[in-house]
Design a protein around this ligand. Structure first.
Ligand code: AMP
Length: 277
């Protein structure tokens, strides 16, 4: 496995692969990341992973400085997985002096996570566009865990005619339902136990939907009630939205994206399920 630090090295390495799957990450890898890597290898015959804690998607009050990092472990896991190359640039390589471009993908970036984290999706869209231009993958793999990020990336690729196929992988969960996340490492044992309430609330919504409930307000209320059984969690939002536009739904005609953000102390967790008829 090649470990590359510069754009020039990536451009040269890329030439060896007719098809390449890219998995962009911020590192501190877990089985969710690795499931995307396996799929990229299976579908493209070769896989590249980027590990870059992108400063522009964090606001000043967020956890950029304490975001968990373990590069030796990440590289060991990716080597064992048989990844072809890893790109781990310094921030200066991605954002040299004078860098001043930012991509605004519009409405889908302003609701939900975007309402709480105003600079987040411009940072994500800009760095992903750069990584696509640097690596030039055939396909790029993202996790359903970050549902709004998937919507934003699809919008970006469609609106800017970026020739990369976007593939979304299922959310990988712990046995008790908690979605794997690098940020789970922040949780105290008590918070970790309480955090299972997100998935429980989503499952209640899924069951009600399966039983015929199609009223967005009622589904949001049902999830809120379920979340409130765990008083240590502070609800940022509970949403039942259109899966493509992210507009909050009243009467639900087709599929809906049920999602939520809940804070446990300083740690903010998100999760979602697509409600399918
Ligand atoms: P991150 O390192 O958190 O930026 O995540 C990198 C990629 O892995 C993103 O596309 C995430 O959506 C995806 N990912 C994170 N957690 C999970 C999970 N539990 N299951 C599947 N994919 C995930």
């Amino acid at each position: 496995m090649q470990v590359l630090h510069t754009i020039a090295q990536v451009r040269e390495a890329r030439l060896a692969f007719p098809r390449l799957g890219l998995v962009p990450t911020m590192g501190f890898l877990h089985a969710g990341h690795l499931s995307l890597v396996e799929r990229a290898q299976r579908e493209c015959g070769a896989a590249a992973v980027t590990i870059f804690v992108n400063p522009t998607q964090f606001s000043p009050s967020e956890d950029l400085d304490r975001y968990p990092r373990d590069m030796p472990r990440d590289l060991r896991l990716l080597g064992q997985a048989g990844v072809d190359f890893v790109f781990t640039p310094q921030a200066m390589e991605i954002y040299p002096p004078g860098f001043d471009t930012s991509i605004d993908v519009g409405g889908v970036a302003r609701v939900l996570e975007g309402a709480v984290r105003p600079v987040h999706f411009a940072g994500v869209a800009t760095v992903v566009a750069k990584l696509f231009n640097i690596v030039q993958p055939t396909r790029a793999y993202f996790g359903q865990k970050d549902a709004q990020q998937c919507v934003v990336i699809r919008r970006l690729v469609r609106d800017l005619d970026i020739p990369v196929e976007i593939v979304i992988g299922e959310t990988v969960r712990e046995d008790d339902g908690l979605a794997l996340s690098s940020r789970n490492s922040y949780l105290t044992p008590e918070q970790r136990a309480a955090a299972t309430v997100l998935y429980r609330a989503l499952c209640v919504a899924r069951d009600e939907f399966a039983a015929g409930e199609r009223d967005g307000d009622r589904l949001r209320a049902i999830m809120t009630t379920a979340l409130l059984t765990e008083p240590s969690g502070q609800i940022d939002y509970v949403s039942v939205a259109h899966p493509d536009t992210l507009a909050e739904l009243g009467a639900i005609a087709g599929e809906a994206l049920a999602s939520m953000a809940v804070r446990f102390g300083p740690t903010r967790l998100i999760d979602n399920l697509i409600l399918r008829p």
